[in-house]
Write a protein that binds this ligand. Structure first.
Ligand SMILES: [Zn+2]
Length: 236
């Protein structure tokens, strides 16, 4: 295996074992939120609980972001501020039926992803953030935060939403679920130039991830086709 693959494998192993270590604490958080459902804009106990956990693990936390009392940005900075990958946490419940669509799980998953990534952040040229985006079901916290420029400090933002199946092709607003973009050559406006070698390794890494993903065959083939057409466009 090449140097980059070894490195990625090592990182992946330590991040995965960190998730295993955190398992009980993450379930405890998910169940705590489930037992204490709060509707959008009023997620005070939920927000406080999440922020406490992140602070305990060394994240630098700012609350009240974008004028929203229950929004926050928590960061763990590695050897550089950028690139910064953000994991988005939702924690608002629905009136009367509580966490019926599982935002408690979104919060626990993003906290877990953030804490696991933070465990190797000192070895990385970048930073990781967990971002609390309140009121998803009513006020649309993410839109308010985006308008206030909160997302300018991030290079990628990720989250998952629970469902009864794994899927790449959800039809959601403002979402192109499998879009691959590479900046090559360092031209104006291109922030992170990559070498051809790194580019090739990243493509084969993503190919491997897609091949191993537990998703429908059609979706998988479509995503692989898109990935490989990017490769052809580059060198074709
Ligand atoms: Zn939902």
């Amino acid at each position: 295996m090449s140097g980059l693959s070894d490195y990625l494998k090592r990182m992946q192993d330590s991040v995965v074992s960190r998730v295993d270590e955190l398992e009980d604490a993450l379930w405890e958080l998910a169940l705590f939120l489930h037992k204490n459902p709060e509707i959008g804009g009023e997620e005070r106990i939920s927000c406080q609980k999440i922020v406490e956990i992140l602070s305990e693990h060394g994240f630098d936390v700012k609350t009240g972001v974008a004028g929203l009392q229950t929004a926050f940005v928590a960061k763990a900075v590695g050897r550089a501020e950028r690139p910064c990958v953000a994991f988005l946490a939702e924690y608002d419940a629905l009136p009367e039926i509580g966490h019926a669509c599982g935002h408690n799980l979104i919060a626990a998953a993003s906290v877990g992803a953030g804490l696991a990534a933070a465990s190797v952040i000192n070895e990385l040229d970048g930073s990781v953030a967990v971002v609390g985006t309140p009121g998803e079901e009513n006020i649309g916290g993410k839109a308010i935060m985006a308008e206030a420029g909160v997302f300018e400090q991030f290079d990628a933002a990720l989250m998952f939403h629970p469902s009864d199946r794994n899927s790449l092709d959800q039809r959601l607003l403002a979402l192109d679920p499998v879009k691959f973009t590479f900046a090559v050559g360092g031209k104006d406006g291109v922030p992170y130039p990559v070498s051809k070698r790194t580019y090739d390794q990243a493509i084969s890494f993503m190919q491997q991830v897609l091949e191993e993903a537990e998703i429908g065959r059609e979706e998988k083939n479509a995503a692989l086709k898109r990935l490989l057409s990017l490769d052809r466009r580059m060198y074709g």
